[in-house]
Write a new protein. Structure first.
Lengths: 240, 186
């Protein structure tokens, strides 16, 4: 139970931007369930708002609106609502009853088994190969939290070296940055520390390229850029 | 007059947020036309670099669009809600993402513009605002700490470093200033 004056002070410190990463996250979680704290934050935001009105307006550069509009479409594409569409559900149930579907599935199953068998041999062969580059991702206290391995065939994988605490409803997002101007790009999202292949697709990959892990909402960063605290980061280096 | 204009602009923002929640991109554009230059100004005071300030504003508009349905007029005005999102985003860039910059110096070491100096900001605060009167009741160094945090986004440690004061003193002075401001502003 927070005392009245303490609640007012911590709410004020939050609005001034003075809480550090962990304190800030903890307060935001508390605000969700504590209406008095949330109201105290809202009061400070309103009290200090006139200070923002003193900022000198700066004309946006050409293209800022276009970049925002592009981001809106991306944001919409991240949450497709097709599964709840009634017409689609009807079509899905018709497929389910189709004999041709099941015959086709059986044949596809046989084909997939054969492909998997070939693929397994190839995968075992690949697994024997050594990584071309390695990045060791260190925490703020310089503890090795994960490694990123890159292979000659273009595969990139993340292997955790220790457990990483992920708050409820959050996930770990993996980012790479090869050019400050292009900004960081998301290459993977995991619910907890586990080995995962990273999707670099056509992104550049070279030595001294930054990889990092941040804590983000469960569906990934809402902006397409890192928004949460950094768990670990490191630069790629070539193997001798 | 000025107060009426500000109030009607505020009401426009709230209507636009409701329209955004309904998927109207033109409503977001109206907010952009009205507030974007001031938003870049606020972000620039914290992030110092123009490119980062625009990045914060770009991210904020995407967040405003996505979360417009969560805006609650009971909790505060639409403008305050928008600037809270912007400040949050700018602070994240300031505190976390600067570590992504492997080849650049930290933002905090960059010199702030004289325009963002606490006493200059004080002079620009509207006389009509109770906040100005209440800030004036604080001794100048304490007022300065509050403004350095809010305007430039400095941390306790950065304020202590800038003013050459012990960290504990900075923390307790800011707390006492908050108590005094709350009593004065109600």
């Amino acid at each position: 139970m927070t005392q009245e004056p303490d609640r007012e002070i911590v709410a004020g410190e939050y609005v001034l931007g003075l809480l550090d990463g962990a304190e800030k996250e903890a307060l935001e979680r508390r605000m969700a369930g504590d209406a008095k704290l949330d109201a105290a934050v809202a009061r400070w935001q309103a009290r200090l708002a006139p200070i923002d009105a003193t900022a000198r307006p700066i004309e946006p550069s050409a293209g800022l609106w276009q970049r925002i509009e592009g981001g809106l479409d991306q944001a919409a594409a991240r949450s497709p609502a097709v599964a709840s569409h009634p017409a689609l559900r009807v079509r899905l149930s018709q497929w389910w009853d189709s004999l041709w579907l099941w015959r086709g599935t059986a044949l596809a199953g046989i084909a997939a088994t054969l492909l998997l068998a070939f693929g397994l041999v190839a995968a075992l062969d690949r697994a024997r190969r050594q990584p071309v580059m390695v990045a060791v991702l260190l925490t703020e206290t310089n503890v090795a939290a994960a490694v990123v391995n890159t292979f000659a065939d273009g595969r990139v994988e993340l292997l955790p070296l220790q457990d990483i605490a992920v708050p409820q409803g959050r996930a770990l997002e993996i980012w790479t940055l090869w050019d400050r101007a292009a900004g960081p790009r998301s290459v993977g999202l995991i619910d907890r520390a586990r080995a995962v292949p990273l999707r670099l697709d056509n992104l550049p990959l070279g030595a001294d390229q930054l990889f990092e892990i941040t804590v983000e909402p469960a569906a990934g960063s809402p902006t397409g850029r890192p928004t949460g605290p950094i768990v670990a980061k490191g630069l790629t280096a070539r193997r001798l | 007059m000025a107060v009426n204009a500000a109030q009607s602009q505020g009401a426009g923002i709230e209507q636009a947020l409701v329209a955004c929640a309904g998927g109207d991109k033109n409503a977001l554009r109206r907010i952009y036309d009205q507030e974007c230059p001031r938003m870049i100004g606020v972000a620039q005071r914290m992030l110092k670099r123009r490119a980062l300030a625009e990045e914060a504003v770009q991210d904020s508009f995407i967040l405003i669009w996505r979360h417009a349905g969560r805006f609650d007029p009971q909790r505060g005005s639409g403008l305050t809600w928008i600037y809270a999102i912007l400040r949050n985003r700018a602070l994240s860039i300031l505190r976390d993402e600067r570590r992504m910059e492997t080849d650049e110096s930290p933002i905090a070491v960059e010199a702030a513009s004289d325009e963002d100096d606490p006493e200059t900001v004080m002079a620009k605060l509207s006389d009509a605002k109770a906040l100005r009167g209440c800030l004036e009741t604080l001794p100048a160094p304490r007022r300065g700490m509050v403004l350095l945090a809010f305007v430039q986004g400095l941390s306790h440690g950065e304020i202590a470093g800038k003013l050459g004061m012990p960290l504990g003193t900075v923390k307790s002075w800011i707390r006492r200033s908050l108590i005094a401001l709350r009593e004065c502003l109600g």
